[in-house]
Design a protein around this ligand. Structure first.
Ligand SMILES: [Zn+2]
Ligand SMILES: [Zn+2]
Length: 94
């Protein structure tokens, strides 16, 4: 899968655009799963994670940290009940 676009947000998450869909993840996950992918020089003010709560493995509080590794102590990920393009992409990535 080609990453068309990768941009960081003020909330700390990185949002990737792949096949026209946006997925958000913690920065550390971006680094490990998409090595060599360049980030855009500018940032989002708001992304699908902090606005729509799309994203897995990313803390529900909006900090942009991995689930369970956030200072807020939450063990839940940010995930809404709608379509999660992230899951589709992850299943088809490799
Ligand atoms: Zn954001
Ligand atoms: Zn948190």
């Amino acid at each position: 899968m080609m990453v068309e676009f990768a941009k960081r947000c003020d909330c700390g998450a990185v949002t990737l655009t792949i096949n026209g869909k946006d997925i958000s993840m913690p920065y550390s996950q971006f680094k490990s799963e998409y090595p060599g992918t360049k980030l855009e020089p500018d940032k989002y003010f708001a992304c699908n994670y902090c606005v729509n709560h799309w994203g897995t493995d990313i803390c529900e509080c909006g900090s942009g940290k991995n689930v369970g590794k956030c200072k807020c102590g939450s063990k839940k990920s940010s995930e809404n009940n709608g379509e999660l393009p992230w899951k589709f992409l992850r299943d088809h990535q490799r």
